[in-house]
Each structure stands twice: as structure tokens, then as C-alpha cells.
Design a protein around this ligand. Sequence first.
Ligand SMILES: [Zn+2]
Length: 332
Amino acid sequence: MLPSNSRFQRLSQAALSRSQFLQFAAGALLGFPLLAAAALSSDLAQNGGAPWTKDATASDRMGAILVSQFGPVKIHSYLSPLDGFHVNTQIIEGPTAVVIFDGQLLLPYADEVASYVQTLGKPVDRIILSHAHTDHWSGLQVLTERFADARVFALDGISDQLHARGQARLDSFRPIYGDRIATKVTVPTEIIAEGVQRIDGITYDFRRFVDAESDLQLAALLPEQKVLMAFDLVFSPNEHAFTVVDHFDHWMIVLEQLKALQDYDTITIGHDTPVHRSAIDSTITYVKRAREIHAASADAKTYSESLKAAFPDRQLASVVDFSASLLYAAPR
Ligand SMILES: [Zn+2]
């Protein structure tokens, strides 16, 4: 199942284009250490500003679910095991319906999300995709099968990105994950409007950010609950961040904009458990250091080793190898 060095060599010698090989190598770099670490139990450190309770209704669940109540609104945060990149699906339960944000990387974890949502006994009003990175949308294949009436939304531009690159991304992960990765790209069909709107009586303020961890990223504010859903704009102080594109400078500007949102003490993020707003500062520190190391590093290996050395206490070091392979594969 895991690619050995010899398989690497065979693949590199086979009729793969350079970009295909790099894609595969990136997936392999990411997959091997995470799969090895998957047996570890999830760390459910309570970082977030609000009190979170671990759901214990299913003893055989592979992922973990944290739940927090904000008046009439409940947020259920599904956290995948490590081999699913510790990616989250946020489930917002209102008085009469459920809104799901993001769809997981691996289909079995998306299936766990769907099964849990069904226990809530409310219809899925819609599914919203935060950005076009594969770990957030591959599992939409399962969610759209199991909630066939739910429309799938994303910012204007996300669907174009998925049409252009989605299948190649799935193909690059398939050697690692086999049939646990989606077989087809689920493309959002609805555009989510920026600004304030009410869904099931809950006020959302949808914001569009460009050139940060990804080219295009949604953030969702819940002003009445004082919750900021930052997705991959903010990372846990406990884990390495993905730095797959050279947007370091603008990402820091975006983080300062988030920091200016003074009242939002609870932040849900794309990977790992919810965090306190101090995670914005620790993400700025990380991105700033990554920018310096990128400027001083001629190749992916140097970048990766230097960044890991700069943050030796952060988990998911394999994420740095993955990031470096993509960061240095792009034209500089
Ligand atoms: Zn992500």
C-alpha cells in the first residue's frame, strides 16, 4: 500500500511527465508519515475559546467530534484522523436545519460525517466548500450522495478551479489512498454571496480572501455567536501549516485583517481542534518565518528541513515535506 523507494524509482523511470511525478511524490511524502502516525489517538486539546465537549455516541468512530452550544446554535466539529490530514468538517445545527462546511479528504471519514449528521434528525439545508484544496472537497462525493437534496455552494471562482485541476489532484492522491479517495470531482453548483445573510435564522457574514494559504478562501463569521470560521487561513499552534504557494506576504495581511475582528474569541480552523484568537498571532509568526526560509532556500529539501527545525514542537512535520514539494514545483 505504501510506496517504497523502489516503487518511486520505477515510477520516476516510467513514462510519467515531470509534473505527474512531482504530484505523486508530493502525495507519497504526505501519505507515508501520516499513515504511520494514524494509529495514534487524536489529540483533543481544548484550545478554543468556547467550551467544547467530545461526542461519545459512536464508540467505533474513527474521527472525533467536538460540540459546542451557542444559544440556539450548535456547532459540531468533525476532526479526521491523521491520515485524513486532521481536516475538519464543521456542522452548524440551527433550529430546523443543518449547514455543512467542507467534505473531508477520505471517503470513509465523509461517510462518518454523513452518519453523524443523520443522527441530528434535521435536513441538510446546504453544503458549503471553503476552498479548492482536495482535502476539503474529495469527500463531497459521499455527502452529495447521502444528502441528495442539499445544494453545494462555494465562492465564485472555486468551481472553475475544480473543473481545471480537480481530477488531476484526485489522480495524484490515488496511488496513496486507492478507493478511499473520490472517484470524481464534486463541483459546487451555487455561488455563495459575500456579506451578511441569514440561513435557518442564523446570521452569517461570508468573507472572500485571496492569496493566502490558497488562492481563494472563504471565511464565515457568526456575529451573534462570536465565532470565526477561518478554515485554512489560521492554523493551530500545535501543528505545521500548509505553505503550498508563495503567498506569504499577502497571507500575513489577511491575518492582520482577521486580527482586527476583535470580538471573535472562538475560531474554528481547517485542521485540528478549534483555537483561541491567539492562534492568529502564532500563524503570523509561522508564515513570517516560512517566508524568510523560502527566500533563503534554493530547494524543497532545504526549505523543509529549515522550517521543521524552526518549529520543532509542531506536529505533522510531514505537512512541511508536502508543502515544500508543491512550493518548489511551481515556477519561481
Ligand atoms: Zn486544508
